[in-house]
Design a protein around this ligand. Structure first.
Ligand code: HEM
Length: 262
């Protein structure tokens, strides 16, 4: 009896307009609907609908792309929680970080999850790039997605670099001083780089000045790096990851070579 009413309820849910507006395929699991369930689902459709066994093997894809993505999700989640406790001003940044470690319940775990996931993401994105290189996945028709990947790599590095300043300890300040000093030698962007005098670059209008908000690391730098780290770079990365996934599906998977059966 209980089973019967459960079945009626299930049928009512599956027949409702709300259900049908979310799941466009029918409920019976025939061959066609199984395929539609995959094509219509945003979470299942990272890879093309049809894929060979070879393409699905761990030893082919190493799971590195999807692991990079999961790490990005962990970083977004823990990063939003960290934002509740951290204020990016010179008098507060360092002490907020210390409070997170010593006062906030589970704060140390939260901070370390964010930190280690960041290291792991930088490592995994390089592993993923190595895999796509070794399997020649950069060749046509995937050249565009490779270029999207290169920008994703740069954005991942920039996220890691901008996050490094936020604890506002000696390590952070001097690492960013060294890093941004390199920027001043960038061709056509830094005032000490090649062609700088042709376009009138000075210490007060080059890329380093734009990054620091001045000529040395200071309160303006902390605010700029915070905005870059928490808003601009994550939005850019999210948008490009969407394009990247869409192209993986559109271009077909490079692991999908016909497997010889004879
Ligand atoms: C935030 C960084 C990135 C994320 C989250 C990401 C994610 C993914 C995922 C989930 C896939 C499909 C599964 C797989 O093949 O592992 C994929 C495929 C691919 N990725 Fe990335 N990726 C990133 C960065 C890069 C970089 C740096 C490159 C290279 C410069 C790259 C090039 C490619 C290519 C060419 C494919 C197609 C692979 C094929 O068809 O075999 N990706 N990516």
């Amino acid at each position: 009896m209980a089973n019967l009413s459960l079945k009626t309820l299930q049928d009512a849910v599956v027949d409702s307009q709300v259900w049908k507006s979310i799941f466009r395929h029918g409920y019976t699991m025939n061959r066609r609907n199984r395929l539609l369930a995959i094509t219509n689902n945003v979470f299942y459709h990272i890879l093309p609908t049809k894929i060979t066994k070879h393409g699905m093997r761990m030893r082919f894809h190493w799971g590195a792309g999807i692991m990079t993505f999961y790490l990005f999700l962990v970083l977004t989640f823990t990063g939003v929680l960290l934002m509740f406790y951290y204020v990016p001003t010179v008098p507060r940044a360092y002490f907020d970080m210390k409070d997170l470690q010593n006062v906030v319940p589970f704060g140390n775990i939260l901070r370390n999850m964010h930190r280690y996931a960041a290291h792991a993401m930088v490592f995994m994105v390089m592993v993923h790039m190595a895999r796509t290189f070794y399997t020649a996945s950069y060749k046509p028709p995937r050249e565009f997605n490779w270029m999207v990947g290169v920008i994703l790599l740069k954005l991942t590095f920039l996220l890691s670099f901008s996050g490094y300043l936020l604890p506002w300890d000696q390590l952070a300040i001097w690492a960013v001083t060294v890093g941004t000093n390199m920027a001043r030698a960038t061709p056509m962007l830094g005032y000490e780089g090649p062609f700088s005098n042709l376009i009138g670059l000075k210490i007060t209008n080059d890329i380093r000045f734009a990054l620091l908000g001045g000529t040395t690391v200071g309160s303006a730098t902390l605010l700029r790096f915070y905005v870059l780290h928490c808003i601009a770079l994550p939005i850019a990365l999210t948008a490009l990851i969407a394009v990247h996934f869409w192209r993986v599906r559109r271009d077909g998977y490079s692991g999908d070579v016909p497997v010889k059966t004879s």
